[in-house]
Design a protein. Structure first.
Length: 275
């Protein structure tokens, strides 16, 4: 618990020092854009954050890209965390300066689930693969054409967004390089998830992934932590080499409080070549 409080304090102090320690010209404004998706047949709104150094004079650097799910919920938290970890003002250098694109939601169940469950009422579930196609075939090319990006993509998701992130990790046809799953809802259609885990390709297991597990209480212990542990063990059994997979349990954090700490720890793991 003390660790959590200290990290929160550091995070907010960093945000304050960044605000008061920079001139007005060095603070990059948050931009919003809309992209028309032919895959989803709708317009999608996104937020984008550029590194402090992006508009420096004579700077031709390109930057890695983070795709953030549940954009409206986590954009400020993620941008503050990445700034704290990468800004030259803070001199932390825990990760490279990074462009963040956060996708705002329209229909979470549709976009974050790859299978459709039978329910008493009509539902829109099962559109996750279309949503990943939208990200890879429309959104990322759109960003690449307009900003200086490196071909390194990290996907971040929480809850059902973490489930989609995990599904992307286990799909060999997806082109993400790193994955940050925050308390993913792998109870969703568990049999399908188990089959995918058993059939996962060796190319997937070579990619780097961080997964955070929250304490959802004794009643949900089997529903959450035990499922995460089993998935991790099964993936480990499928690989002949040590996985680049870190599973971390946050005993003192619940499903809602875990994202901040998981973002920091996950990004630190994904960007540390020695881990």
């Amino acid at each position: 618990m003390k660790y959590s409080v200290k990290l929160l304090a550091l995070f907010y102090l960093s945000c304050l020092s960044s605000l008061f320690g920079q001139s007005e010209n060095t603070i990059q404004p948050v931009k919003e854009f809309s992209i028309n998706s032919t895959i989803l047949n709708e317009d999608r709104t996104c937020l984008i954050s550029l590194p402090d150094s992006y508009h420096d004079a004579h700077n031709n650097m390109s930057y890695p890209l983070i795709i953030l799910l549940d954009g409206a919920t986590f954009f400020k938290t993620a941008t503050g965390t990445v700034h704290f970890m990468s800004s030259r003002i803070n001199r932390n250098y825990l990760m490279p300066e990074t462009i963040i694109v956060a996708i705002e939601n329209i229909d979470r169940e549709r976009d974050f689930t790859v299978t459709k469950l039978k329910t008493k009422r009509p539902n829109t579930m099962g559109g996750g693969n279309n949503f990943l196609d939208f990200i890879e075939k429309e959104l990322i090319p759109y960003v690449d054409q307009r900003y200086r990006t490196l071909p390194h993509r990290t996907l971040i998701g929480h809850s059902l967004g973490g489930l989609l992130t995990l599904n992307a990790y286990m799909d060999e046809h997806r082109n993400f390089d790193a994955f940050l799953c925050i308390d993913p809802s792998i109870w969703w259609d568990e049999e399908t998830m188990k089959r995918k885990t058993e059939m996962v390709s060796s190319s997937c297991l070579k990619k780097k992934i961080y997964m955070a597990t929250a304490n959802q209480g004794e009643a949900n212990y089997a529903r959450n932590k035990k499922r995460h542990d089993r998935l991790y063990a099964l993936l480990n059994s499928k690989s002949n080499e040590p996985l680049q997979f870190k599973l971390e349990y946050f005993e003192h954090e619940n499903h809602r409080s875990v994202p901040l700490l998981a973002l920091y720890n996950g990004l630190r793991f994904l960007n540390n070549e020695n881990e």
